[in-house]
Design a binder for this molecule. Structure first.
Ligand code: TMP
Length: 208
């Protein structure tokens, strides 16, 4: 049995990742593949418990270092309990966010990109996706979509200042430029079906 492929969707708040994850999963199932849809933080029992710790409570609930360690711990559990077993039985795994979110969000301020990658090496042996699809939208469009979805109910991290989210978008853009064989930027504007076609085209070479 062939090993499945591991695909991650990344991007800032309001880029449409969850909607596109479901649509891409449906398109792959229609081609006969078994597909597991998952998300971070979360995706396993332990990691979902850590998600609740990470996303609720006051802005200063965790220090930057504690927050980065919790994300890395959640990811280690997610990989061990959900992702690796699925890939081993030949399923494809689509994850709404993964390591690049930690690099973009936690890799600002106290911790460097190298620090985040070190935590990932310790937690998860440096395990990387086969392909990462970065959904990009102009800032105003993304903010509008996130506001329509969350209203005033943003989580601990989504509710940070615009400057923070701008720096996150810049970091994602840098990954796409510097790791272009793994990370592909996809224009997320326009009708959802068109965006799904763009995503499919960006993984066409991985399909059996
Ligand atoms: P979500 O809105 O996609 O469910 O993600 C929850 C929040 O967690 C979002 O604001 C991004 C943030 N996040 C990080 O800061 N680091 C990470 O490693 C991940 C996976 C998410």
């Amino acid at each position: 049995m062939n090993q499945g492929k591991f695909i991650t969707l990344e991007g800032g708040e309001g880029a449409g990742k969850s909607t596109q994850l479901h649509a891409l999963a449906a398109a792959l199932r229609a081609r006969g593949l078994e597909v597991v849809e998952t998300r971070e933080p979360g995706g396993s029992e332990g990691a979902e418990a850590i998600r609740a710790l990470l996303l609720t409570g006051g802005a200063d609930r965790w220090s930057a270092r504690a927050e980065a360690l919790l994300f890395a711990a959640a990811r280690a559990d997610h990989i061990e309990k959900t992702i690796r077993p699925a890939l081993s039985r030949g399923a494809w795994v689509l994850s709404d966010r993964f390591l690049d979110s930690s690099r973009a969000y936690q890799g600002q301020g106290d911790l460097s990109d190298a620090d985040i990658l070190t935590l990932h090496r310790i937690g998860s042996d440096g395990f990387l996706p086969d392909r990462t699809l970065l959904l990009t939208l102009p800032e105003e469009e993304a903010t509008g979509r996130a506001r329509a979805r969350d209203g005033d109910a943003e989580d601990r991290i989504g509710g940070r200042a615009n400057d923070f989210h701008r720096a996150v978008a810049d970091a994602f853009g840098r990954f796409a430029r510097e790791e272009s064989s793994r990370v592909q930027a996809i224009d997320a504007s326009g009708p959802a079906e068109v965006v799904t076609e763009r995503l499919l085209a960006a993984i066409e070479d991985l399909l059996p």
